[in-house]
Design a protein around this ligand. Structure first.
Ligand code: URA
Length: 183
């Protein structure tokens, strides 16, 4: 089925199910699952990699330094966090922040929370691959792509912006403005 056709009635319902989910091994070490945050009617869906240590502690996405940069970037559009729904490929933290395994990614597939995003911003390989299995973030970041009537917009992960401020931050700052055209 289409990634955005699901049988959930509300994002609260999904969140409740995610918090008690045991579909993959990542549930074993979680403190808090991180279902996502924002409005069910948001037109921009941002998909990150997975919860890190801060997110696992608080049960909220992007609350650490990557989140701060993301807020800064999206403030330029301007968009508030309420205009977007922000979530991750996997909803529970992989131990020591390792990459999620394919079966863990797959186990979380049913949990994309919003029904009708106009623009889907993907921030990592796994979130991009869901729509563009052959895509490469290094080559495709900043391209406006189409997928079943929606815009898929791969960007560098803000963590890369923090590691390599000059180059990646500049690219993120320029690119983050483009979804404005579609809203
Ligand atoms: N990095 C991510 O990809 N997701 C988060 O929620 C936090 C940091």
């Amino acid at each position: 089925p289409n990634a955005f056709t699901n049988h959930w009635n509300s994002i609260d319902e999904i969140a409740t199910i995610i918090r008690s989910c045991t579909s993959c091994i990542l549930h074993a070490e979680r403190k808090h699952a991180v279902p996502g945050k924002g409005s069910a009617n948001a037109r921009i869906l941002i998909i990150g990699e997975g919860p890190g240590s801060n997110e696992n502690q608080q049960g909220l996405p992007f609350v650490g330094s990557s989140g701060k940069l993301l807020d800064e970037l999206f403030a330029q559009i301007p968009l508030a966090r309420e205009d977007v729904f922000i979530t991750n490929v996997v909803k529970c933290r992989p131990p020591a922040n390792r990459d999620p395994l394919p079966d863990e990614v797959k186990a979380c597939h049913p949990y994309l929370a919003i029904k009708d995003p106009t623009v889907v911003v993907t921030l990592d390989r796994n979130s991009f691959a869901r729509f563009y299995p052959e895509g490469k973030n290094s080559k495709d970041h900043g391209k406006i792509l189409q997928w079943q009537g929606r815009v898929i917009y791969p960007l560098y992960h803000p963590a890369a912006g923090l590691r390599n401020p000059a180059l990646i931050k500049r690219s993120l700052r320029e690119h983050v403005l483009r979804p404005r055209e579609f809203l």
